[in-house]
Design a protein around this ligand. Sequence first.
Ligand code: SMG
Ligand code: MG
Length: 369
Amino acid sequence: MTLEGLELRWIDIPLVSPFRTSFGTETERRVLLVRAVTGDGDGWGECVAMAEPVYSPEYVDGAAQVIRDFLVPKLTPDADPWAAERAFRPVHGHPMAKAAVEAALLDAWLRARNTSFGEFLGAVRPAVPSGVSVGIMDSVPRLLEAVDGYVAEGYARIKLKIEPGWDLAPVRAVRERHPDVMLQVDANTAYTLADARHLAKLDPFDLLLIEQPLPEDDIAGHAVLATRLATPVCLDESITSAAIAADAIVRGATSIVNIKPGRVGGFLEARRVHDVCAAHGVPVWCGGMLETGIGRAANVALAALPNFTLPGDTSASSRYYATDVTEPFVLEDGCLRVPTGPGIGVVPDQGVLRELTVRTEFLPVGIHG
Ligand code: SMG
Ligand code: MG
């Protein structure tokens, strides 16, 4: 595989409905796509950084700058995904930028070998149960309407976004209406340890887990909180590598782990997080960053690994976008099918891409020496 360069492409794609979390409201996604151009064909990767640094320190234009100024100059024409991962190590942080490049290289590398992401990663099931993440709403009736719709569609699990002032009442209402649904909550760091007694009031609602209640650097706080709650604590933002996952598990800060390849620097590291959690008997599930079909295809393959025993935030395309950039992912009996074609198994529709594209930039590889 001879890597000629990377094309960066910024697209704007509207969400079917606004998505509100404890850190803000999204109405559309500005997505940075990476196309690896090789002698054997293209590979695609999606950067999951958001337009603003509100979920993590990364943001779209910052990621593009890191790729242009610090990552591409470290690549050589013979770079494979492992060589890229090693070459990127001296660059501190910026996991989402690194992951997008690695995903594009891995897609091209696997396509050249006629191997699917699922086969490569070690998928053990042909389809994965699909959960859905439901944003903060203006009122409990509006929330119930949204949840009723998702349950009717067949989603295997519901996740409610919570924040101080929007926690006990919405959870109680959804639990009363759907006594048997698999239910969990995500606070995106909105609480402090002083809220422990309040959060314990969620215990009677039989939640699968509470995701990232405290700030990302507060592993010690999560360990204390975990002793005060019956609901299992699951870390998202805090888990930035396999080593940190192992540390958080050993400290008792997390008993379930959300895996997002972008947050940990790529699919190779995501698989290591999966493995280290499995070694500790800690179940994992696949998180989501409102991906288009490009990122979703790879995530669904990852979610088919053996220790992904809880439904992920891997919803159907229609939950996010009226028109996805790839053929849409559809819910079948509450599951998404794992693509079986080479690489990520889907390709972007050139017409749709053209309509959504804000700008492109080609970064040649190899002229930096
Ligand atoms: O992709 O369905 C999705 C979104 C899932 O809730 C989701 N993601 O913290 O887990 C999380 C959030 C982060 C992104 S919010 C824009
Ligand atoms: Mg989360």
